[in-house]
Structures are given as structure tokens and as C-alpha cells.
Ligand binder design. Structure first.
Ligand SMILES: Nc1ncnc2c1ncn2[C@@H]1O[C@H](COP(=O)(O)OP(=O)(O)OP(=O)(O)O)[C@@H](O)[C@H]1O
Ligand SMILES: [Mg+2]
Length: 323
């Protein structure tokens, strides 16, 4: 039987007149990796903050492991581990000291502390570096240490807010190996936010969020099936005229994607031959691919998620927090 670990209903958050989260609802099952995918400012962190009891919802309810996020805050906190979007390690302390502090904070029994610290440090390959001061760690090592810290008190649910933002591709893959191992080994339920498409692909289900609302929720495969067929991407000498020509001739809904135009067709390779011959507006470049999550987002909103990302690194927005 499936067991709901997270249940969210009509959750809203307003900051003054601005409604950052506009009534979201979803349930997450035990052992699931659930991804929140959306551009900057979509309301992902705000939703996580409410679920993690860091922020009071304006309306709606949330339950984690059957405990209410408002009336049973401390029980909820015992069930969850959280890796914030911004670094919250104490950089002047060693890795081991950071973890010991967390054990005390979470009242991990004294007799278990050293063993558990060793276990999580080994899990993220930092045991040999445990005596190093964190400010000497690389970005990837710090992120791994934060993941280790989030796991210290045996959480049932792990929240990861942008787990790999700003890290190089190799480190990102490495961190994902740990996350997937966790899911398999410890059966932890994982809730992550991201605006990396490849990262979202690791999720069992994805909620696509935009302007405070969930605009689609399904498995990555089903979301891509919504597009139907293949995606044609074309750069022409006059994209404005090409949009008109394609819509009139083929009846396709054409979306601008950076310098190129994108639209979907049933069978890409069959379509291409006739298309290249028939088009009056000269074509500079053309390609066909299977739908990606970026295509799904573009299709739903007319925008690309990556439009809104500035060079992959982001500044902490609201200062450091402790949990
Ligand atoms: N404490 C706050 N006070 C006022 N506005 C806020 C506050 N926290 C968030 N917001 C606003 O709410 C909206 C949603 O922010 P949030 O941090 O949840 O987005 P996000 O989806 O996590 O974005 P990102 O991908 O950049 O992390 C944004 O417009 C943000 O400026
Ligand atoms: Mg965020």
C-alpha cells in the first residue's frame, strides 16, 4: 500500500500585497523523489520554507509524516532534514565540529553521535577531511557536507533547495550519485527544487511551478508526452515572417526560443524533408529532437526556464538561517 509522506492542500503565502504562492496542492509518497521545477521567483523556496515550518502559511494546510506543519512544528522538524538554497555551514569550524553542533541541536543521543558523524561523512566521501576548517573546502565539498548534516538525525524526508546550483557538472553528477544512493539505501523521501532540467529528470514526479502556481504535475516521461511527437527547432532569416508562414501552412503553434523557433510535429524526420523544401523564408539552421522538460515549460508558458537564469550562480537572498 502506498503511504503519503507529504500532503499539501491550498497552501498560500503572501508578502504584503504580493502573493508568492497561490494555493498549491499535492501529495508525495514514501520513497519518492519529488521535484519542484520552475524559474527564479516561482515560489519554490517559499513553499519549502512553509513545509519545513520556517515560514507561516497565509492559508492552507500541510502535513509531513501525518503531522501538521503549523500545530506540530517540532515533531515535523524531527522528521525532516533540510539543505537550504544558501550555504548555512559555520565556515570557521571543521566539518566534524559543524556536524557535532547539529547533533546537539537535534538531540541525537550522545552515545550515537560519533558513529553517526563518521557514517554520514563516509557517505559523502569527506571522512578524511573531517578535521579541515570548512572555509578551506571547495563549493562541492561544502554542499556534500550540508547533505551529510541534513542526514544526521535520520530524517524521513529530505528537502533539498537547489542542491547543486553553481557547481560544475562533474560535482553535480557526484552529488546526485549520493542522493540516489540515499533513496535506494535508506528509503528516504526526497523533495527538491531546481531549475536545471537534467536535475529534474532524476525525479519520479515533477511539479512545474510558475508565478506561485503548479501548472503541471506528472512523471518526466508523461510531461514530455504532452508535447506529442518531436520538437523542430529552426533559425530563419526572418523569424517573424517564419512564424506566420509555419502557422498558416502547417497550423502549428510556434514558440520563440532564444534566437530560434520551436514547434512540435508528430514525426520529426518525416516532416523535415518537406518542410525544408516548402519554406519560403530562408532557413539558416534546423534540428529535430525528442521533447525535453524545457520544451514542456516553453509549451505551457511561452517562456524558457533558462531565460531567467543568470550564469548559474545565485546570491543568497535572505541571509543565512539556522535550523
Ligand atoms: N521574505 C520575503 N519578502 C518579500 N518577498 C519575498 C520573500 N521571500 C520571497 N519573496 C518573493 O516571493 C517570490 C518567490 O520567491 P522564492 O524564493 O520562493 O522563489 P524561488 O522559486 O525559490 O526562486 P529561485 O529559483 O530564485 O530560488 C519572489 O518574487 C520573491 O522575491
Ligand atoms: Mg529558491
Amino acid at each position: 500500500m502506498t503511504e503519503n509522506v507529504i500532503e499539501v492542500d491550498g497552501l498560500r503565502k503572501s508578502f504584503g500585497d504580493f502573493e508568492a504562492v497561490k494555493g498549491v496542492e499535492f501529495t508525495i509518497q514514501k520513497g519518492e523523489i519529488f521535484g519542484f521545477l520552475g524559474p527564479n521567483g516561482a515560489g519554490k523556496t517559499t513553499t519549502i520554507n512553509m513545509l519545513c515550518t520556517m515560514m507561516k502559511p497565509t492559508a492552507g494546510t500541510g502535513r509531513i509524516c501525518c503531522h501538521d506543519i503549523q500545530s506540530e512544528k517540532s515533531t515535523v522538524r524531527e522528521c525532516i532534514g533540510i539543505i537550504f538554497q544558501e550555504n548555512t555551514l559555520d565556515e570557521k569550524l571543521t566539518a566534524e565540529e559543524n556536524l557535532m553542533l547539529h547533533c546537539k541541536f537535534y538531540r541525537v543521543p550522545k552515545s550515537e553521535r560519533n558513529g553517526r558523524i563518521e557514517e554520514v561523512l563516509r557517505m559523502v566521501d569527506l571522512y578524511e577531511k573531517r578535521k579541515d576548517v570548512v572555509e578551506r573546502y571547495s563549493g562541492g565539498m561544502k554542499r556534500r557536507l550540508e547533505i551529510a548534516r541534513g542526514l544526521l538525525h535520520y530524517p524521513k524526508v529530505l528537502f533539498l533547495d537547489e542542491p547543486t546550483v553553481g557547481l560544475d557538472p562533474q560535482t553535480r553528477t557526484h552529488i546526485w550519485d549520493y542522493i540516489l544512493e540515499l533513496k535506494n539505501r535508506e528509503g528516504i523521501t526526497i523533495f527538491l527544487t531546481t531549475h536545471y532540467m537534467d536535475e529534474a529528470e532524476y525525479s519520479d514526479r515533477i511539479a512545474i511551478m510558475d508565478h506561485g502556481k503548479i501548472i503541471a504535475l506528472d512523471t518526466p516521461d508523461n510531461l514530455k508526452k504532452m508535447i506529442g511527437g518531436d520538437v523542430i527547432e529552426v533559425i530563419t532569416e526572418d523569424n517573424g515572417k517564419a512564424i506566420e508562414e509555419i502557422s498558416q501552412r502547417y497550423g502549428n503553434d510556434v514558440k520563440a526560443k532564444g534566437d530560434s523557433l520551436a514547434f512540435s510535429v508528430k514525426n520529426g524526420s518525416e516532416f523535415l524533408t518537406g518542410f525544408v523544401k516548402q519554406m519560403i523564408v530562408p532557413i539558416k539552421n534546423i534540428s529535430v529532437h525528442r521533447p525535453t522538460l524545457n520544451d514542456v515549460f516553453l509549451n505551457l508558458t511561452g517562456r524558457e526556464i533558462r531565460d531567467e537564469i543568470t550564469n548559474g550562480t545565485k546570491k543568497p537572498k535572505f541571509g543565512h538561517r539556522r535550523f
